[in-house]
Design a protein around this ligand. Structure first.
Ligand SMILES: Cc1ncc(COP(=O)(O)O)c(C=O)c1O
Length: 357
């Protein structure tokens, strides 16, 4: 990926639309990126929108969708969401007098579908939710949420940032209207990628500079010059994922690491959220009895293991509901981790907890 980015900066530093070769080259890179993203997400290339990152795309697309919304219209978000999927709606609600309501999760952190059904109403315009929690790894049944949203006449709007690092995406299978993810979560460049259902995008008035073309469809929602070097990096990322067997290979492998971890951690480690690999990705939020989270992160960093300690993990609603004091440690496995690394991590957690007595 790094080579593809560097090569593009060296050999194709141009903008779209000119007749000279470097401009033709960035055109090819963009077309390939739309095609790669369409394969990743299961949509058509003209339904792909590139942006700076998920949060920026979410602010842009939510404002675009809401141009037709009226005071009193409702947006549902979920208690599992990262604030990148929440703040855009709160700010819109502030500007346009909309109502944002939070769909609860159960005690085990699964989305509460009874609460979703209770909160859906004829005023609901959007049901926005994270497909997987970045804090605790819980997966939401996206197909079921999308179905209920559509039955109520609302748009189904998915934050797939965390999910996309661990699981395959098919926007048609779940019937999403909008889905946003961030390639940096799956070994790609710092970039945001969105899908918008063609009929939905076509019904929106874009915020764009007027001479910029209206076609292909998705590009009308991307403002200004695209980061072509990052798009080249994104293409290399998709090639890389293909080269290791794609998600057919990644999912069972990562799950085996998650099982190995859960099966061997000591009782002195509290894992918040789902206790097994059922219904989750291998991302774990935990505390070690008697050891402050910041100290766990520090000790692991000293052993070359990169984990963070944080309070909310940007999941402010979930933070209130999980009820740990101050901070917790989040750690997770991805396809390049090895079973030996899982064992080394567990050994370090055991050592820290033994030391705490
Ligand atoms: C679930 C989830 N949503 C949204 C975001 C924000 O993504 P970005 O940094 O691309 O704006 C993150 C980032 O960690 C995330 O994990």
């Amino acid at each position: 990926m790094g080579d593809a980015i560097a090569r593009t900066l060296r050999e194709a530093s141009a903008n779209l639309g000119a007749v000279y070769p470097t401009s033709q080259r960035v055109k090819e890179i963009l077309e390939q990126a739309e095609s790669s993203a369409s394969r990743l997400l299961g949509c058509d290339p003209h339904e792909v929108i590139f942006g700076a990152n998920m949060t920026t795309l979410d602010f842009v697309l939510s404002r675009t969708a809401a141009r037709e919304f009226s005071p009193g219209d409702e947006i549902l978000i979920s208690a599992l969401d990262h604030d990148g999927g929440v703040a855009p709606w709160l700010e819109l609600a502030h500007d346009k007098e909309l109502v944002v309501r939070v769909v609860e999760c159960d005690e085990d952190t699964r989305l509460d579908f009874d609460d979703l059904e209770r909160k859906l109403s004829p005023r609901t315009r959007v049901v926005a939710f994270a497909w997987a929690s970045n804090a605790i790894g819980t997966i939401v049944d996206a197909e079921r949420v999308c179905r209920l949203a559509h039955e109520a006449g609302a748009l189904a709007w998915i934050d797939a940032v965390h999910f996309a690092a661990h699981e395959p995406i098919d926007v048609r299978a779940v019937d999403a209207d909008v889905l946003i993810c961030s390639p940096y979560k799956f070994c790609g460049p710092h970039l945001g990628v969105a899908y918008g259902r063609a009929s939905v995008l076509d019904s929106w008035r874009p915020y764009k500079a007027r001479p910029a073309p209206m076609d292909p469809l998705g590009r009308r929602f991307a403002t200004g010059t695209m980061p072509f070097e990052l798009l080249a990096g994104f293409n290399a990322t998709i090639d890389y994922l293909d080269s290791i067997g794609g998600f057919d290979a990644i999912v069972p492998y990562e799950r085996s690491l998650g099982h190995r971890f859960l099966d061997s951690i000591p009782d002195t480690v509290t894992v918040y959220g789902l206790p097994s690999m059922e219904g989750r990705v291998p991302t774990f939020l935990l505390n070690v009895e008697g050891v402050p989270a910041a100290e766990v992160a520090q000790e692991l960093a000293a052993r070359d293991m990169g984990v963070w300690a944080h309070d909310s993990w940007y999941s402010l609603n979930l933070y209130q509901r999980l009820g740990y004091e101050n901070q917790a440690v989040r750690l997770g496995f991805i396809h390049y981790n090895t079973p030996e690394e899982v064992d080394r991590l567990v050994a370090a957690l055991v050592e820290l907890s033994d030391r705490a007595g």
